[in-house]
Structure formats: structure tokens, C-alpha cells
Design a protein around this ligand. Structure first.
Ligand code: SF4
Length: 406
């Protein structure tokens, strides 16, 4: 992946030209370019039934797969030496074939007094992705990546400027959580209160790292199923998992039909098509009203209140009239089904974008609240390490660091 010359860019008002396909539509990459090798198949890519079949294929009784899952999901271990309940004979082969290494840690940045860690991972083919682990009072949240790069081409997002390298496998997504749990279990995440000896693990997942999760639908859903599987997975609560999208309406409808009550977040960023067409090129396929209808249907089916994410960018989308229009469109679809999270943009170095001034942020929030829409500015934890939303981008420095890692 080349990162030379990556810059966030402003829409056409600033001279930015959207990249177009042969038919003149904004360039969107829904499919990854052809790649030579797939990530190695891993236990977390398989359903519990498929794991049993795989163990049998290796000449072992099916229950060995269950034992292995317990080591991986509950004890976060991939070390055959520690799996003493498995017969020594054939143990290494079993681990090598069902728990291959997927993520190699390239670097780790810690901030917020040790409460936030950003990981840079190298995948088997050299692609780089990131995840951010954050301790909050009463919960530990992991922001995961679902694709290496992203094909949605949003001009304000550094990741989007780089295009899609490839979809991550379900296991590569899940492994970010297991590895984070391992870090927590080793006491490497700061901020734990003195005298608190409770066993801790990631309690909340947000799919807001690299990639558009719903563009990698099948693997993201397999990962979610594994995260919530109480018997042979991570046993997390679906409510603690937030799946976000920039608005792939057909995939939102599919997610609705899954009947898994994950928290659903729509990155709207503009209430009018005129601006949204520029800010979120996928809006050229599915307009504001269609995605809001799909979001409302998600609430109707699951009873889960939808989050609307709105990056507040100075003089771009932070106008009072846009707050009013957003409130009008949300209220037109009923009350109590949605809340809005404005996120002051975190400009990356060299960015031509600015966060909205505090006064504009407050006015935006006030107007929505006055219109009866619960609205809270979202914590932009990880700001100091470029780990906030839309900022998970691999830099040349990251690539140099990764070259030193086997
Ligand atoms: S904002 Fe999200 S969907 Fe848009 S390019 Fe960036 S990572 Fe992709």
C-alpha cells in the first residue's frame, strides 16, 4: 500500500475533484482488488459445526475443537505449551492449523495516561490495520478495523484517500479483540483502580476503525456472531457492539433482518443531499432519505436506538440551518428512535479541514436538543495518537516500522 502524498481534501468548493468511474459516477470500490493469497483459515472463521468437522479432518475427535476455542476465546492463548488438556501428540499441528498467527504487532502507542492504546497490526500479506483500545469508567471499548483501507472515498477521511486494499477475514476482525483481551489480562492497559482485582476484558466494540463494515458484510457478521456466542465465542453482549456505516442502504436492511440487536450507527455528516453527495460519495447511490428510512426500520425491528454520527467540520456542515434540517428529518420519522453524536473533527497533520469552533458546536447541539433529539458531543479519545474516527490511516512511518517486523 503506498501512502505517498496522502492528504485529506476538501470538496469542490476548494478545488477538490471527485474521482469518477467510466459512467461518470463517483468512484466507489465495493470489491477488493484481486489478491494472490487469502489470509490463513482460522478457528474464528468457522462456525462451531465447521470447527468440529475440521478437527475430524485432522484425525481428532470433534470435542478438541471446543477445547481449543476455550483456550482462544476465554484464556486468549495461542501457545500450545499452555494447552495441557490437549494430548501432546499432535497438539502443535492442531494449533498451527486452527490458530495460525493473523496479526503481528508492529507498534503500540499509549496515551491518556495509559488508558488508550493504539495498535498497528501487520496482516499475513503485509497489509497494515489499526485498532484502538480505550478504558472508560465502567467499560473497556475496542475500536476495530474491518477492511485494510477503504473504498468509500470520503474526501475528509485520510483512510478513504488510499482506496481499498482488501477485506479483512472474520478471524482477523475477531483476533483484534482477543489480542486486546490478552493485553488487558497482562495488566498492560493503564487506569485500573488500585485494589481492583476483577478480571477484565473488552466490553464494547465499535466498528469505526479502518474500512466500511457493511462493505465487508459477510465477514463482519461472522465476526459479530463469534463475538456474541456465549458457548464457543467471546460471549459479549450484542448491545455492546456498534456496527457503523456511511449508508449502504441495502446492507442496512439486511442487517435489520439478521435480528441481532447490535447498536447501529449511521455516519450521516450532512442532512442534505447536496452537501452529502460531496462529503460521502456513496450518497450518490443511496440518498439521505433512503438511509434514514432504513435506519428507522432498524429501530422498528430491533428496538435499538440508532446513533447518528456527525463529524462537525468548520464552515462545511456545522451551520445552524443544517442542525434544524437534521432535526426536522429525524422528527419526521417519529420520536425516541434516535440520538445524535456530533464529533468535532480531529484534523490530522497537513489537513485542510478544521474542527468547528466551540460556539458553533454548542449551537448545533442546542438546536437539536431543543427540537427534542437527544444529542451529545462524542468523546474524541485517542486524539493525541490519531486514533479517533476517520483518522486511522497508515502512514509512511508505520510502513517503515512494519518493514522491520517479520
Ligand atoms: S469515513 Fe469511513 S467510509 Fe468514508 S472513507 Fe473513511 S473509513 Fe471509509
Amino acid at each position: 500500500m503506498s501512502t505517498t502524498g496522502i492528504r485529506q481534501v476538501k470538496p469542490k468548493a476548494e478545488g477538490w475533484q471527485q474521482r469518477k468511474d467510466a459512467e461518470g459516477r463517483p468512484l466507489l470500490q465495493f470489491a477488493a482488488p484481486r489478491r494472490v493469497t487469502k489470509p490463513p483459515q482460522h478457528l474464528a472463521d468457522l462456525t462451531p459445526e465447521e470447527r468440529v468437522a475440521k478437527a475430524k479432518e485432522l484425525g481428532l475427535p470433534g470435542f478438541r475443537a471446543k477445547q481449543l476455542a476455550k483456550h482462544y476465546f476465554e484464556h486468549f492463548t495461542r501457545d500450545p505449551e499452555r494447552m495441557t488438556d490437549l494430548p501432546k501428540d499432535g497438539r502443535e499441528e492442531l494449533v498451527a492449523s486452527m490458530l495460525p498467527n493473523l496479526l503481528t504487532e508492529v507498534r503500540r502507542l499509549q496515551t491518556d495516561g495509559g488508558d488508550t492504546i493504539k495498535f498497528l497490526w501487520k496482516l499475513h500479506d503485509g497489509a497494515l490495520v489499526e485498532s484502538v483500545l480505550m478504558r472508560y469508567p465502567g467499560r473497556i471499548t475496542l475500536c476495530v478495523s474491518s477492511q485494510a483501507g477503504c473504498g468509500m472515498n470520503c474526501p475528509f477521511c485520510a483512510t478513504g484517500q488510499n482506496g481499498l486494499t482488501r477485506n479483512m477475514s472474520a478471524a482477523e476482525i475477531v483476533d483484534q479483540v482477543v489480542r486486546a483481551n490478552e493485553v488487558i489480562a497482562n495488566g498492560e492497559l493503564g487506569g485500573k483502580r488500585d485494589g481492583d482485582n476483577s478480571a477484565e476484558r473488552v466490553s464494547n466494540i465499535v466498528f469505526m476503525g479502518m474500512g466500511e463494515p457493511l462493505a465487508n458484510y459477510k465477514r463482519v457478521m461472522q465476526a459479530v456472531r463469534t463475538m456474541i456466542d456465549k458457548q464457543q465465542g467471546l460471549g459479549m453482549s450484542a448491545r455492546g457492539i456498534t456496527v457503523s456505516t456511511v449508508g449502504l442502504a441495502p446492507a442496512i436492511r439486511k442487517l435489520t433482518d439478521e435480528d441481532i440487536p447490535v447498536t447501529f450507527a449511521l455516519s450521516l455528516h450532512a442532512p442534505d443531499d447536496e452537501l452529502r453527495d460531496e462529503m460521502i460519495p456513496v450518497n450518490s447511490r443511496w440518498k439521505v432519505d433512503e438511509v434514514l428510512d432504513a435506519a428507522r426500520a432498524y429501530f422498528d425491528k430491533t428496538g435499538r436506538r440508532v446513533s447518528i454520527e456527525y463529524a462537525l467540520i468548520k464552515d462545511m456542515n456545522d451551520h445552524p440551518w443544517r442542525a434544524d434540517l437534521l432535526a426536522e428529518k429525524l422528527n419526521a420519522r417519529g420520536r425516541g428512535w434516535v440520538h445524535v453524536n456530533p464529533i468535532p473533527l480531529n484534523p490530522t497533520p497537513g489537513s485542510v479541514w478544521d474542527a468547528s469552533p466551540i460556539a458553533a458546536q454548542r449551537e448545533f447541539v442546542r438546536r437539536l436538543n431543543d427540537a427534542g433529539i437527544p444529542t451529545t458531543i462524542r468523546d474524541t479519545r485517542g486524539k493525541e495518537i490519531d486514533g479517533a474516527c476517520g483518522q486511522l490511516v497508515v502512514t509512511e512511518e508505520d510502513e517503515r516500522a512494519s518493514a522491520d517486523v517479520a
